[in-house]
Design a protein around this ligand. Sequence first.
Ligand code: AMP
Length: 195
Amino acid sequence: MLNLILFGPPGSGKGTQAEKLVAKYRLLHISTGDLFRYEMSHNTELGLLAKSYIAKGELVPDAVTIGMLRKRVEANPDVKGYIFDGFPRTVPQAEALDKLLVEKHQTISALVELTVDEDEIVKRILLRGKNSGRSDDNDESIVRKRIQVYRKETTPVADYYGQFGKSLTVEGIGSIEGIFKKLCKTIDNHVGRKA
Ligand code: AMP
């Protein structure tokens, strides 16, 4: 099993690269942001709750997010591995994910962080906001808030997996294809080394 966490600030290209990684490694892509947007578009109770946080650029509470993630994983047990995108975003989420995988006799293979500087991120997200229909991508103050939340609450997740020698980084600047090649090389080296 190959279980990857694709990590990095909003706008670092996780969604784009996740799609390519899924095609190459045949993994199930689980994006908590996409799951929340699906719930919001169907006006479910969960969607309405998530919206009240997402619209402010804040994180949806851990208990809600972990419950949703667990359901998705448990609904898809027979896969070759998972690629987690936008999850875990807090250390308690990381601990909950580890616990869930242990129950399945599995583990996280690696966390791969796409590094991109803040000005580039803001530029990319505002550009994406013109077409994505995502209201949290249109307002610069919300975008900056999301980056602030990322630095404060989410970056400790990379240190958490770092203690186990599982945190890797790839520069998320350049062409989509170029970044993808670097990502694959980094993942293959890590997994190969461990095998
Ligand atoms: P994303 O598409 O990953 O950028 O997520 C969009 C928004 O959904 C985030 O700004 C958060 O408000 C919320 N969200 C997505 N994933 C999580 C998570 N793992 N924990 C808490 N909130 C999340």
